[in-house]
Design a protein around this ligand. Sequence first.
Ligand code: URA
Length: 185
Amino acid sequence: MEHDLAALERACGQCEQCPLCTGRTNLVFGTGVPDAKIMFVGEGPGMQEDLQGKPFVGKSGQLLDQYLSLIDLDREKNIYIANMVKCRPPQNRDPKPEETEACLPWLRSQVKLIRPQLIVCLGRIAAQRLISPDFRVTKQHGEMIAKGQMTFMGTFHPAALLRNPAQKADALADFQKIRAWMREH
Ligand code: URA
């Protein structure tokens, strides 16, 4: 494994392990501080992310940043944000399981280097792969789940909140749980 995130990102930029690499404008490797205690993991880049090479910079990213700022988290200061897949799926479709599997070693390497204590899964795709295959966001969001040395939480994907604002109150409660976790750690 590469010994720092920049080297890992360069190596990831050469990856051709799945067909998504052929459609990317930019790799969307991840962003944030290299020793973050908390890591957020989304699904995969959308159009804006693909154009800018950064995760969550479109509409759902703006909502995510609002929620983060409410609990004093900031991608420039104290967290790291990545996605399950680092290249944009065409037409923003869900990444296929084989694409997620092909990309998983990169995420694992990011986690090994950053060593977060809490991983927050944004949406079903991340939660079902990283927490449990039968994870139901609507039922299990906000639960703190210990796994080995790390704690995992699944919450709503910000794009889902934009489609269904009725879930925003639940999502805010999840972010308050993250804040409570931070006070204890
Ligand atoms: N949705 C995601 O899951 N990730 C991004 O980076 C942007 C939108």
